[in-house]
Each structure stands twice: as C-alpha cells, then as structure tokens.
Design a protein. Structure first.
Length: 358
C-alpha cells in the first residue's frame, strides 16, 4: 500500500516508524522546510527515490498514495484532510482532527461521501493497559460507572514553543488541553460512555505569558448515563513531565492507569475476582521511551485492515471530533463562566482569541 506523510515535524517519526513496521511503501514526504524531509530520509534510511514536495497538492496529483498521515500544524489539518479526501485518499490525522466543530463535521461528511477511511490519531487507545481496561468496560465489570478522572501533569518550557511559532496560538493550536492533554481527555470520554451533556470549567495561563492559550485547565463533566468526569490538565509541572493518569470508579470496580502516558495499570480491583490483580499489573506494564508510547504501529495496522476490509477504523473521525469538542466545550465554559451544554453546534479555537491578553 502506497503511503505518504504531510508534515515532517516533531511527531512525524512515530508515523514513519509505524508505516515501516506495517510494510507500507513510503512514496512521498511533504514539508515546507526541505531540511525536515531530508532529515527523515536519512534517519529512516528511506530510498532516495522517495519524492519530496513543498506543495501537498502536487504530491496528491503525482504520487496518488492510498494512505496519508497529516502531521502539520493543527490549524492546517482540516483543509489538508478535505483536499486529500476529495482525491480519494485514506487518512490518519494527528490530534486534534480539527480546531472547530464545523471543520470536523465537514471531514466526517466528506469521508462518508467518498467512502474514505479517516482515523484520528489517538494512539493511546492501543496501549496494552488501555486495551485491557476497555475490555473490562465492555464486559460491564464495573457495574454502574460512577465517575472517572483524567490527570495530565506535564511540563513545557519556552524552548518548546520557540521551536515552532504556531504552538500555543489560537489559530493553529490551542493550549495545553488541545495539544498535550487531548489523548487522555479522549480516553475519559470513551471509557465513561461518550455522550457528554454538560461541562463546567476553568482555564488559565499561569506561567506561559509568551503563548496565547491556556497552560491549565480544570473541568467537571456530566455524562448522559449519570457518570461524572474530572479533568485536570497542565503544562506547568516543575521541572519535567510527572504523569498522565486515568482513574475509573464503578459500583463493582476500581482501576488506575498511570505512568508517563497511561501505559501502566497501577490498580485493578473488581468484585467478580475473575483475575489476579498482581498478575494484571505485572503483565500490563509498558515503559515507552517517551509520552507518545507504542500505539502508532497498532493504530496503523488497524487503519490498513479497515481499508482492505472496507470497514471503519477502531478510532474514527467521529472519535476525533468528540475529543476536540470536549476541549472546545471546556474553553467555552471557562470563557463564559457558566456550564455549557453539549453537543456543540458551532465552536472554534479562534473564538477565544485575546482570552489571556495582559
């Protein structure tokens, strides 16, 4: 299967490694900076025949790949995705899938019309720990789900933002919740039932005056099934990333997944006693080299299989919209100082320009 990558920045090596692990034929790279492409060719020892483009429209016309990863600035995801879908190309779109409800809806509808497979790159769903927890949710081992919490306690210093001017801007990114915390926000919504009815939140910029968006978000989430969620996300932790944890509390079960990116099961208690907690915690314990984890390769394998079998991928464009919509609802509630009802009919990151201006 012919594969191409649009955007050769920070996350792109994970996509290229996943493509190679799944035996995809890498035919083209695209980036506004030719050196970024050259660096990836050298790093992954790609054939010199791999074509390099500054304009992705030329890539689409000349190479006609079957699958593309979009790894550009977040604010460019939607338009590139729509152009690729129009060309009949299947997609893996880095999170967030878009920066507005309207753009996400356009991606979903266009993909349906063209019968194109689109997967939002929420790779943590493929963590061994998360797969095991999801299995318990689907088997209803928790009984009635009471509530869950997502904590993302990370660090991003000025040097991170100085390396790419789009980071932390409302037009091209958003803040800690939209960029760093969205993976765990996705897991919380997925595990607790997807259907959110109301959000109340606070956001602030406490220690990053050089970016436009938030570095702290705290939210309460009410689900249609009666469960509640608590979200705490920040990039203010001193002096480095601390943890990304997910707790689930039900009538008959308690689970905690922790580590750098929810890759370790740290608590496993169920009234049915179907398994040994110590064995589960020992078995479902990964130690990835960074917060991106090991999930890209199985996510790519699933997308390839979905294309070959003409089914929906396990992480759909709709899933990507849900995670992004919840972040937008948090932004909206914090800006308006009141609860916000979901679903959102219209909202975008640029609605919050000037929110933290001094």
């Amino acid at each position: 299967m012919k594969y191409a990558l649009i955007g050769c920045g920070r996350i792109s090596p994970n996509h290229l490694a996943a493509a190679l692990a799944n035996n995809l034929e890498i035919v083209a790279l695209c980036d506004l900076d030719p050196q970024n492409m050259e660096d990836k060719v050298v790093k992954f020892e790609l054939p010199r025949s791999v074509k390099r483009y500054i304009d992705y429209h030329e890539l689409l016309e000349e190479t006609r790949p079957e699958l593309i990863s979009i790894c550009t600035e977040s604010g460019k995801h939607a338009q590139i995705a729509l152009d690729c879908i129009q060309a009949g190309v299947n997609l893996v779109i880095e999170k967030p899938i878009a920066l507005s409800v309207e753009d996400a809806d356009m991606i979903i509808h266009a993909a349906q019309e063209r019968n194109v497979k689109v997967s939002a790159c929420h790779q943590n769903r493929f963590n061994k720990s998360v797969v095991k927890i999801r299995e318990a949710v689907e088997k209803r081992r928790f009984g009635k789900m009471f509530y869950g919490t997502a904590h993302i306690r990370w660090n991003r210093e000025r040097e991170y933002y100085d390396r790419a001017s789009w980071r932390g801007t409302w037009e091209q990114d958003g803040g800690a919740l939209m960029n760093q915390c969205i993976h765990n926000i996705d897991l919380l919504r997925w595990m607790l039932g997807n259907d959110v009815v109301e959000v109340f939140a606070y956001t602030d910029n406490l220690d990053h005056p050089y970016i436009e968006a938030e570095d702290l978000g705290i939210a309460l989430v009410k689900f249609a099934n009666g469960a509640y969620g608590i979200i705490e996300g920040t990039t203010d932790v001193y002096p480095r990333n601390l943890e990304e944890t997910l707790y689930l509390f039900g009538e008959k079960g308690t689970v905690k997944a922790g580590g750098g990116s929810v890759n370790i099961i740290e608590e496993w208690r169920f009234s049915d006693m179907l398994d040994d907690p110590d064995e589960i915690m020992a078995k479902y314990h990964e130690n990835p080299p960074n917060v991106y984890g090991f999930g890209h390769t199985p996510l790519f394998a699933d997308v390839i299989d979905s294309i070959e079998k003409n089914r929906q991928p396990l992480v759909t464009a709709e899933d990507g919209k849900r995670a992004m919509e919840l972040v937008l609802a948090i932004y909206k509630s914090a800006a308006e100082g009141k609860p916000v009802r979901l679903p959102l009919k219209s909202c975008k990151t640029t609605d919050f320009m000037g929110r933290f201006s001094q």
